[in-house]
Design a protein around this ligand. Structure first.
Ligand code: CO
Length: 135
């Protein structure tokens, strides 16, 4: 696993309204917006320093983000660490008895392969591991 913060995920109710603050008021420019219908989410990526802020807005009301917003409201949602090999990392965490959400990697935003560690396995932090798309 690469020890680098890939991005910080923030749940928002309205992507345009959130971009008004992060992009236009703070000046952290949005690099791209992407829809992931299979996950029920619209994602905006805003590079800042060596990492990125990921704004997550619900696409429909059945998504995990919609559930998180209903339960906890908008705000910090997850932390994402860069990984060289998501499947290998998930396998070794599972072997160590860490509770996972994903046993194997799955497609994430920007062509990445991602997997989530359950907050109960990481001291209350929803942790995402992300392997960049191979070039
Ligand atoms: Co993320």
């Amino acid at each position: 696993m690469t020890r680098q913060i890939d991005h910080i995920g923030i749940a928002v109710n309205d992507l345009e309204q959130a971009l008004e603050f992060w992009d236009r008021q703070l000046g952290i420019r949005c690099a791209h917006i992407e829809e992931l219908p299979e996950r029920g989410v619209r994602v905006a990526m805003l590079p800042v320093g060596d990492t990125r802020i990921e704004l997550l807005a619900p696409l429909g009301d059945k998504s995990e983000i919609a559930a998180a917003l209903a339960k906890r409201g908008p705000g910090l949602h997850h932390l994402c660490l860069r990984s060289d090999d998501v499947d290998a990392d998930l396998t070794s965490l599972a072997a160590a008895g860490v509770r996972l959400i994903d046993e194997r990697g799955r497609p994430g935003a920007g062509g990445c392969r991602v997997g989530f560690v359950h907050p109960k396995g990481s001291g209350g932090v929803l942790l995402e591991l992300s392997q960049p798309e191979p070039r």
